[in-house]
Write a protein that binds this ligand. Structure first.
Ligand code: FES
Length: 145
């Protein structure tokens, strides 16, 4: 039921971990299943994403989509990274079962939340980026878990 690419990224996830002093960090929760994803971005002076890492409490599909998403945003500009939608990630993975589509949203939303954090720190506005709705603050997370 899962494509070979999904299985590959699930079994050998790329870019798992943390980035110290990241340019932007985004944490989001999935309202549907309660799973959590944190994304770290390292962005250089030209606005290019040099490094992207993630950590998740999500399921296998969330691991695979996040792994693919980090591969896709690396080397892209902030603006280009906005085009890495969950649809684009799913296509790159040769599809996901319909019940798992919501899992792929975690990666997209976490990237957006990390970009939002970067923009706030830099006092810049990223065209087309909306404030993340499901961003979970550190305090809330500590209280709940
Ligand atoms: Fe929660 Fe997939 S079931 S991320």
């Amino acid at each position: 039921m899962y494509s070979e690419k999904v299985m590959d990224h699930f079994e050998h996830p790329r870019n798992v971990g943390e980035i110290e002093n990241a340019s932007g960090v985004g944490t989001v929760g999935n309202a549907k299943c309660g799973d959590i994803m944190r994304m770290y971005l390292d962005i250089d002076d030209k606005g290019v994403i040099n490094e992207c890492k993630f950590k998740t409490f999500g399921c296998g599909a969330a691991v695979a989509t996040s792994s693919m998403a980090t591969e896709l945003v690396k080397g892209k500009t902030v603006q280009e990274a906005l085009e890495v939608t969950n649809k684009a990630v799913m296509e790159a993975l040769d599809g996901l079962p319909p019940v798992k589509v919501h899992c792929s949203l975690l990666a997209e939303e976490a990237i957006h939340a990390a970009l939002w954090d970067y923009a706030e720190k830099k006092h810049i506005k990223i065209e087309g980026l909306e404030k993340p709705k499901t961003d979970i603050s550190e305090e809330e997370e500590e209280e709940e878990y």
